[in-house]
Design a protein around this ligand. Structure first.
Ligand code: ATP
Ligand code: MG
Ligand code: MG
Length: 288
């Protein structure tokens, strides 16, 4: 039992929330920082971001550290300046797997029963008659099916999870797809606070502007990255770009547009299109 008054460390532990990924992937670290399980790919992104227009919008990066025999990326805890924060993770883009993952999944596309079961669990009408009779679904088929459930395909972003200041936490947005439902979730999240909404919109347009000038953004396929929305009762509201685990450099000389549609082979991620839809969603609430 923790008794009031809480120390800064205790407050942090109570506030900290992880809305995606495996629970073991994060550890608390020194005051105001956290550790995320090391990935070579994500580390390289953080290194490249050190001199990029996106730097003000990504968590501070403090290098690689070893703890209990494991490697971690040391970064700023974005929740630290908030008092009982409300947090939302929005995964950006029109797909959440890399083209190369799809190619790999196709190499030996044998029907898998575990994926069949996962599909049926979400939607018993998901599998085709043939998949039902063989009680199996291939990996590429499963990957593509999963994306059609949420707003990833239709809006270019999806809600991964929300934690509210009252402690309630929801990560059951797998089937939140329609613009109307997504709008309702955002409305609940900001609780009708128009000044918070305005701060979010201001920050999102700064992010859009930075993305348009970023060299990093131009030459990376940005997959599975999220915008993390954070606000609290003091009126503090921020948005940060997180999770570069799957953000992949393009071959030398190649660039992406990030707004045109994805056709397999063009590697487009729809990030800017999704951001536009996200901004429109918040604007529509703001104008009500
Ligand atoms: P996945 O790939 O499944 O999305 P992951 O293991 O790559 O997960 P992240 O998406 O980077 O992990 O982070 C998971 C969650 O942890 C985020 O949704 C957010 O709630 C929290 N989080 C991540 N980085 C930070 C940070 N710097 N400060 C505060 N919270 C963070
Ligand atoms: Mg993530
Ligand atoms: Mg990730």
């Amino acid at each position: 039992i923790v008794h009031w008054p809480f120390s800064a460390t205790q407050r942090r532990k109570l506030n900290w929330v992880q809305l995606a990924g495996h629970k073991g992937n994060f550890k608390a670290a020194d005051e105001g920082t956290i550790l995320k399980k090391f990935s070579e790919n994500e580390m390289q992104c953080f290194e490249k971001l050190k001199c990029d227009a996106l730097l003000p919008f990504v968590p501070g990066y403090h290098g690689v550290v070893e703890k209990d025999g494991e490697s971690f990326l040391h970064m700023t805890d974005l929740l630290v300046n908030f008092d009982l924060p409300n947090v939302m993770d929005c995964k950006m883009g029109v797909r959440t797997y890399l083209e190369e993952e799809l190619v790999r999944a196709r190499e030996r596309p044998k029907p898998r029963e575990d994926l069949y079961r996962k599909m049926v669990e979400v939607d018993k009408d998901g599998p085709t008659p043939e998949e039902h009779s063989q009680r199996g679904v291939t990996k590429p088929r499963y990957m593509q099916w999963r994306e059609t459930l949420s707003s990833t395909h239709t809006l270019g972003f999806r809600i991964e999870g929300i934690k509210k200041s009252d402690g309630t936490c929801r990560t059951d947005f797998k089937k939140t797809r329609s613009k109307q439902n997504v709008t309702q979730v955002f409305k609940d999240f900001v609780g009708g606070n128009s000044s918070i909404l305005k701060s979010y919109l201001r920050r999102l347009s700064e992010i859009r502007q930075a993305l348009q000038t970023s060299e990093f953004f131009k030459i990376h396929e940005v997959i599975g990255s999220s915008l993390l929305f954070i606000h609290d009762h003091t009126g503090n509201a921020q948005v940060w770009i997180i999770d570069f685990g799957k953000t992949t450099a393009l071959p030398e000389g190649q660039t992406l547009n990030h707004a045109i549609s994805w056709k397999e082979g063009n590697r487009e991620d729809g990030y800017l299109w999704g951001l536009e839809n996200l901004i429109n969603t918040l604007e529509s609430i703001s104008n009500e």
